[in-house]
Write a protein that binds this ligand. Sequence first.
Ligand SMILES: [Zn+2]
Length: 357
Amino acid sequence: MPVGTQATVKGLSQRDLWDDLQARIILGNTYHLFLRPGHELIRQLGGLHRFMSWPGALLTDSGGYQVFSLSGLRKITDEGVTFQSHLNGDTHKFTPASTVDVQLAFGSDIMMVLDECPEYPVSREYARVSMDRTIRWAGEAFSHYRERMQSVPTRNALFPIIQGSMFPDLRRECTSRLLDLDADGYAIGGLSVGEPRPLSMEMVEASVPELPRDRPRYAMGVGMPDELPEYVARGIDMMDCVLPTRNARNGWLFTSEGRVVIKHAQYRDDPGPLDPACDCYTCRNYSRAYLRHLFQAGEILFASLATRHNLQRYLDIMGAIRQSILLGEFPRYLRDLQSRSTFRNGVTAKEPSGGIE
Ligand SMILES: [Zn+2]
């Protein structure tokens, strides 16, 4: 799912996303949209779909992650989290019920419960306290949600979030306790917080087996292109990440032949397409030399062309995975990929990938 933090996937129009890239679901961030322009204004203007003219599905997070990562001053209590806006310092409070109300005002198709996403590493003691709070908050969010849904004419899903830091037994416990909610889908949070990649996979492996097979499983804030099939192999259906879009704007491009850092001098006079195997608008029409020129000159068009390509690359990978599953060839697809990939070298991602877009 492409990330559209401020009700826009930076650098692209909704037509680019819907018609050209054929994205069918994108993400919005509750924290940002709550602070600006505000959920009441968005509700008055017909909800987020109409406000941003998006014909597809919308998933919004609860805002918790950004409160913990962006807001300077915050105080967590059993009722919720009080925080200061990073924009103007105003004080606000999110509770499990209030974040459901904010997301219902947006009209999100998939809403997320308020959770606490602990940083990495944390002590086992804190991980447990935090996990217990996340489970209690999920229960409160669901009570409020079920009450609200009786008077809301649309169907909006609410997903609880599995936490437990990097402790497999806490992850398992969290999963089994959240199953009581009988939710439409389940998310795994607290990944991409600076942990080594094999550890993220281990936490997914601890969480997934107990989840119902007929409900979507969503790994939040992952991953690199070669990690996507690894998550799918572990039973994940949905992922979101700022990497394809943020890296695009920084001139870091994902291709079928590996990454291209467009500012490198080797592309100065390179007449070839960015990725010969890619069918996106950028690769069909422009050379690496032109893209490098746009990047070096700081032109706006670069962000747009680069973002189109990187998102196409991610959506192509997911398309290929879906196709291979339908044909019964996913295990072979995965083996081929692993034999070519650097995935299992245990490298820690330099920056958390789930942050602000
Ligand atoms: Zn392309």
